[in-house]
Design a protein around this ligand. Structure first.
Ligand SMILES: Cc1ncc(C[n+]2csc(CCOP(=O)(O)OP(=O)(O)O)c2C)c(N)n1
Length: 282
């Protein structure tokens, strides 16, 4: 599919509004949902070959949410694609029989390829899936995974990073949500990453650095990915702002997870709408 930047920015605004509506009802990992919303919107609506009506198609692209706590933004992207409705996500979230909760679970939600939540697991699984596709002779599909910057301190990420190069997995695209914060502090306070782009390069990856809250840059990075049958995995380092789009959450570690009041919800929705309208009226 081919959406315009304006259409994708509008879709991202709507996904942010849905996240905030859910955040008015339940505690969710709102900060890291909002930082990666623009990338996830472009990925699910425009980039991935994924048809919800044919979700077992062998040629589909696969998605693994390595920072598994960003399940809400994933669910709202899947809703935007037609897997279910945004109201389903809001009404069923964290209920006993519901398909949606703090972490994505494929036992209840068949659009989730693999359950995640324990940091450091998704990226190695994505690596294994990419190798598995090649073994089956599938050189068309890609495997996308989204990692956190706090998650980079898990050793299993680096075992996978080495293996992806060893097995020449050009069908693997790892996206790093580089928002500079984790659950209870800055990345620099907890485990500094140094020059993370150079680290992936040193492992042998193709590295692309973008502003992950700029839709044009996101689309450009996706448009220039090496073909799925290529030999070198790609890491997109997406610099983002945790809490992007909500002024009191932006860059504020207190909003790793939380819940908002009715008043906060209505003022956040107003400001997201007016920011979008201002951008596109000029
Ligand atoms: C193995 C493991 N340890 C700890 C946690 C608890 N935890 C959940 S989110 C989080 C912070 C993750 O930070 P980051 O990867 O930067 O995600 P983001 O800031 O984008 O939400 C932690 C420590 C976990 N889910 N898994």
């Amino acid at each position: 599919m081919s959406y315009t930047v304006r259409e994708l920015e509008k879709a991202a605004m709507q996904i942010r509004i849905n996240l905030l509506r859910l955040c008015n009802k339940e505690v969710i990992h709102i900060g890291g949902d909002l930082s990666i919303t623009d990338v996830m919107t472009a990925l699910w609506l425009d980039q991935m070959n994924y048809d919800p009506k044919n979700k077992s198609d062998e040629d589909r692209d696969r998605f693994v949410l390595s920072k598994g706590h960003s399940s809400a933004v994933t669910s709202f992207c899947q809703a935007a694609l037609g897997c279910f409705s945004p109201e389903d996500v809001i009404n069923e979230y964290a209920t006993d029989e519901g398909r949606f909760s703090m972490h994505s679970c494929n036992l209840v939600n068949p659009f989730v390829e693999v359950s995640t939540g324990s940091l450091g697991h998704g990226m190695p699984i994505a690596c294994g899936m990419a190798a598995g596709l090649r073994l089956k002779g599938n050189y068309k599909s890609r495997v996308y995974t989204v990692m956190g910057d706090g998650e980079q301190s898990e050793g299993s990420i680096w075992e996978a990073a080495a293996n992806a190069v060893h097995y020449k997995l050009g069908n693997l695209v790892a996206i790093l949500d580089y928002n500079g914060l984790e659950a209870d502090g800055t990345i620099d306070e907890i485990t500094g990453l140094g020059n993370i782009a150079d680290k992936y390069r040193a492992f042998g990856w193709n590295v692309v650095e973008i502003d992950g809250n700029d839709m044009k840059q996101i689309l450009n990075a996706f448009d220039h990915l090496p073909s799925a049958d290529s030999q070198v995995p790609t890491c997109i380092i997406a610099s983002t702002v945790k809490g992007k789009g909500v002024s009191f959450m932006e860059g504020n570690v207190r909003w790793h997870a939380g819940k908002i009041t009715d008043e906060q919800l209505s003022s956040c929705i107003d400001s997201l709408r007016s920011e979008y309208e201002q951008r596109w009226s000029e």
